[in-house]
Design a protein around this ligand. Structure first.
Ligand code: GRF
Length: 211
């Protein structure tokens, strides 16, 4: 059994999709949910799936390596960042090099970096006049949103779309693809797309294919 730890700071809708996806699997499971907020809704979701949770505190997270012992105790092999807002400290990046994924709600390298999260991203896309946006799933390194890209899927941005509508379309892509990418990546196999096609990483899905 391979154990994933999901790190999430907030709502946890992506975390939920991943917990659901792996719930009945014998080979890969979500073994731990880590959050920096004791009131994060993701913790309730984890509880509903009987998944243990761990709250982290900033100074401990950044100034010590205590978390590594926790992750070892749960035999965590992969980390999935699903709306986790703190920067990952170097000791954790090093330990999980090539085994830590993040999802970003835009087509990196556009609209990435510090401060680019949540609605800030979709408002920037709205103001840019870009005709498409999407999601990026990438490996995590020591710089925000700059690790190797594994997967991108696009959706159109129509002139009348508000940032909230853009967010909704992007979130729909996240919910479909994030669990599939995590699964294929951990199994070290090509992705099977919802339409049945097989694709090797890095995968790029233009908007028209999924419409
Ligand atoms: C997602 O949009 C993801 O791309 C970003 O944080 C958001 C998390 O949303 N990294 P949720 O908590 O999974 O609903």
């Amino acid at each position: 059994m391979k154990n994933i730890a999901i790190f999430a700071s907030g709502t946890g809708s992506n975390a939920r999709k991943i917990m659901e996806y792996f719930a009945l699997r014998q080979d890969i499971r979500v073994g731990l949910v880590v959050s920096n907020r004791s009131d994060a809704p993701v913790l309730q979701i984890a509880a509903a799936f009987h998944i243990p949770t761990q709250i982290i505190e900033r100074q401990n997270f950044t100034q010590t390596e205590d978390l590594l012992a926790q992750l070892d105790a749960f035999q965590v092999e992969y980390i999935v960042l699903a709306g986790f807002l703190w920067k990952i400290p170097p000791y954790l990046v090093r330990r999980f090099e090539g085994r830590m994924l993040n999802i970003h709600p835009a087509l990196l390298p556009k609209y990435g970096g510090k401060g680019m999260y949540g609605m800030h991203v979709h408002e920037a896309v709205r103001q840019s006049g870009d005709r498409e946006t999407g999601i990026t799933i990438h490996l995590v390194n020591e710089r925000y949103d700059e690790g190797a890209i594994l997967f991108q899927a696009c959706c159109p941005v129509f002139p009348e779309d508000s940032p909230a509508e853009i967010a909704k379309n992007v979130q729909a892509l996240e919910h479909v693809y994030f669990p599939l990418v995590v699964d294929a990546f951990i199994q070290k196999r090509p992705m099977q797309l919802p339409g049945g096609e097989i694709a090797d990483f890095p995968v790029y899905i233009p908007a028209q294919v999924i419409l």
